[in-house]
Unconditional design. Sequence first.
Length: 354
Amino acid sequence: MGLFRTKPEPADEVAALQSALAKARNPNSVPNLRRRLLLGQSLVKNEDWPAAERHYADLVPALTDVFGPREPNTLAAWANLAWCQTSQGRPAEAIPLLERTAELFEETWGARQPATFKTQLFLAEAYAVAAQYEDALAVLDAHVGYCAAELGPAHLRTKAGRRRKIALLRALNRYEAVEQLLSDEDALCETDEQRDAIRGLRLVVQAETGDPEAAIAPLRELYGKRQALAESLATVLLKAGQAAEAADLLRELLVEARGRGALLLRGTLAQACVESGNLDEAEHSARTVLAAGAWPAGHPVVLGLRATLARAAAQRGDRMGAVAELEAVVSGFKAVFGDAHPRTVQATGWLKEC
């Protein structure tokens, strides 16, 4: 399954599997079905979403005929088909598939199976891509609660689920709940690296809740020890109005970033560029992310990119067009988050500046 990233498969390995299958007399023999499963996994690892979706749509019926509808490989193929749809910004198609697949995994193979956990996380991600944040939180609440009870609060699966909850709660501006989860995480840290990661996240939260300047110096110190905190430092710098330096850090991070994470970084880079006056790069970055189609229209990520393009247009003199676009962006944020959410308030401020 495709949620947990691995290195891409070399193109020659993918080509070798495709060549072998093209020559197969019976593509639905058990050995060839296993080759087809490997090819699907490779396409997902390489993030070739259209090809992977076509592959799994063709593979699922064959797996069902040979192995049955509840066999792990069949269920995993369903889950990966849905993951491909989510990754192409079509979570409305993916969610019903994932809801049913998660149920079948748990009913048939048990709640503690890795595939069951992964499918639950697929579902939470699909809800988040659909901007159905309450549904995503409900899935993660159940997931983290079960992991804590069965595997322990310090287990890697429990901690990973808790971190996903923190990200969603930050998006929803629910910082009291974030602070409680960070306290839970802090108490479970076993190494200095883990403690520094939590401290870095606390400083990001400090910046997001109104005091970015004070967070810069301690986060710079942490970044000096932990290069993995580069994104946290960029976030705080951008909040503090130091957009040019934030953009430099984000460009460095993009060198090795992949998938949805890379798109999010590039979207943040677009904002940093528009705020530092680099309009060409801002527009190019924003349009690149929009062209990827990883989120549906009306999602906060898409709204933020539209706002960046509108702000760039305003700086180029097209104030009438910028106002019309920002009015739509403000309406979009209100629909998702409400009038008082910081994203809505921020977009309203940009509109007033025009």
